[in-house]
Design a protein around this ligand. Structure first.
Ligand code: NAD
Length: 332
């Protein structure tokens, strides 16, 4: 297939681009290169089947000629950091909602049968104390990030219902692995320790997340692209539930450090206690996660230890955000 992948210079997008090329697809990667977009994530990708275009998914003039050549669009372009959405949500609405609307409008106007795979998140359901959400459960997002993701997904499905567009979505769990911007829990913790600082931990650290390796997440997206039924959403669990503090303790152990390197800070406002999604529907399409957190975390910590030249400039460029954000939460 000729794929238009948006947000391909980001964390998950870069792994989707690599996997899509490996199984023979042609890929055009449309990425705005925000602070989170990093062409280095695709270093070594050098094939006539790959093309990079810098641009905004919310700009119809940019999207239109790319959709005209595509068989399918995988939309990963998004503002993705919950903490930044609490600071200011404008960019989240523009990309995560308006951007999806523009993609839908352009696909509709093309009059061609172009599948749209909207990459959504398990965070659209909000928090659950026990059990797991199924795809039919109601959305109850807690943060401006997850509310904007919910809005974008609902917009995409409205174009399926109203205009007959071929739309599918994935609702992936907390994803980790190489190339993740060092503001998210695992890479932030590892790189703070490597820089000789403490890990700021929200509240008591008992929030539960289900960890999904980026290789599994990318495989799930490509599986739904090929096998998903029009108009359907698919949960993508990681099947590795842990409290944040358990993950932090594991990282400390791997790096030969003790718990004196944890600094408790005020909890994030609206912080969801637990995310969990049921993956039975995706399982029926032939997908199951293969990575365990035990193995994936060791490899991920080793990757950040090895590729300091990758993460250090990114942290440097965001140091004002980190200082302001964690300063407000009482980091000393
Ligand atoms: P990321 O922040 O690492 O990358 C986002 C990418 O999108 C960057 O390359 C950025 O430059 C690009 N981008 C942002 N705005 C754009 C715009 N207007 N036009 C074109 N490109 C733009 O994000 P990620 O963690 O790789 O997440 C990718 C997708 O997966 C997102 O839609 C996110 O909501 C979803 N998701 C992420 C997780 C997770 O744990 N990381 C879990 C479930 C779902």
């Amino acid at each position: 297939m000729k794929l238009l992948i948006t947000g391909g210079c980001g964390f998950i997008g870069s792994h989707v681009v690599r996997q899509a090329l490996a199984i023979g697809h042609d890929v055009t990667n449309l990425d705005k290169l925000t602070y989170a977009g990093n062409p280095a994530n695709l270093s070594g990708v050098n094939t006539s089947k790959y093309r990079f275009v810098q641009g905004d998914i919310a700009d119809a003039g940019v999207v239109d000629p790319l959709v005209a050549e595509a068989d399918a669009v995988i939309n990963l372009a998004a503002e993705t950091h919950v903490d930044r959405s609490i600071d200011s949500a404008d960019a989240f609405l523009r990309t995560n909602v308006i951007g999806v609307h523009v993609l839908c409008e352009v696909i509709k106007a093309s009059g061609r049968a172009v599948r749209l795979l909207q990459v959504s998140t398990d965070e659209v359901y909000g928090s659950i104390d026990s059990g797991a959400f199924s795809e039919g459960d109601r959305f109850s997002p807690s943060s401006p990030y997850s509310a904007a993701k919910a809005g974008g997904e609902l917009m995409a499905f409205s174009y399926h219902t109203t205009h007959g567009l071929d739309v599918v979505s994935t609702r992936g769990a907390n994803t980790y692995g190489p190339n993740q911007f060092p503001e998210k829990l695992i890479p932030f913790a590892v790189t703070e320790l490597l820089e000789g600082r403490k890990i700021p931990m929200y509240g008591d650290g008992t929030q539960v997340r289900d960890w999904l390796h980026v290789n599994d997440h990318a495989r799930a997206i490509l599986c739904v692209l090929e096998n998903g039924k029009p108009g359907e959403a698919y949960n993508v669990p990681g099947e590795n539930e842990r409290q944040n503090i358990e993950v932090i303790r594991e990282i400390l152990k791997m790096m030969g450090l003790d718990e004196s390197r944890i600094e408790k800070v005020k909890d994030r406002p609206g912080h969801d206690r637990r995310y969990a999604v049921d993956g039975a529907k995706l399982h029926d399409l032939g997908y199951g996660p293969v990575e365990t957190l035990a193995k994936g975390l060791v490899e991920t910590v080793a990757w950040y230890q090895k590729y300091e030249s990758w993460w250090r400039p990114l942290k440097e460029a965001s140091k004002d955000f980190f200082a302001r954000h964690y300063g407000k939460l009482g980091r000393t």
